[in-house]
Design a binder for this molecule. Sequence first.
Ligand code: 5GP
Length: 179
Amino acid sequence: MNLVKMEVLFDRSELRKKVAEMGQQITKDYSGRELLVVGILKGAFIFMADLIREIDVPIEVDFMDVSSYGLSTSSSGEVRIIKDLEYSIQDKDVLIVEDIVDTGLTLKYITEILRNRNPRSLKICCLLDKPSRRKADISPDYVGYIIPDKFVVGYGLDYAEQYRNYPDVYILKPSVYEK
Ligand code: 5GP
């Protein structure tokens, strides 16, 4: 791993503890119900895989893929569905799982679409939140960590499709993308 380009923000043992706490809270809040967990690809896939194993109510999973930053580190504000859900969410308790909420524009778009499909409930769970950059009125119901305005990678998060497999969350040094 090329750690010259990055510094650890949250290591794997902190992440494991945090994700377990989040799973316990979700288990409590949805006790006696069934949950449809919707992962937003690609960034959420590792967080989601860990999170659902900490949730102790019956769950189904589905995925949505929307256009992301591509090679840039800031949002264009334009969001496009690349892959839609496989199943109907009507009358279901839906929990959206996202890696990081930044401007909130992606989730604003996704929640508007999903709300129109009449789920019984719709909540948002994210591992990381950068509220200082918010442009859309989005407040996640479950947040792992609030972080400053830095670009992070690892634990599913990429820069130009790299670093998703790094097991910790790192701050990427701006020299990597500021050229
Ligand atoms: P938003 O629409 O809230 O601005 O952007 C959300 C998406 O932008 C996230 O799902 C993620 O793909 C990407 N993103 C935002 N901030 C970061 C970051 O610090 N690191 C990485 N790797 N992706 C980010």
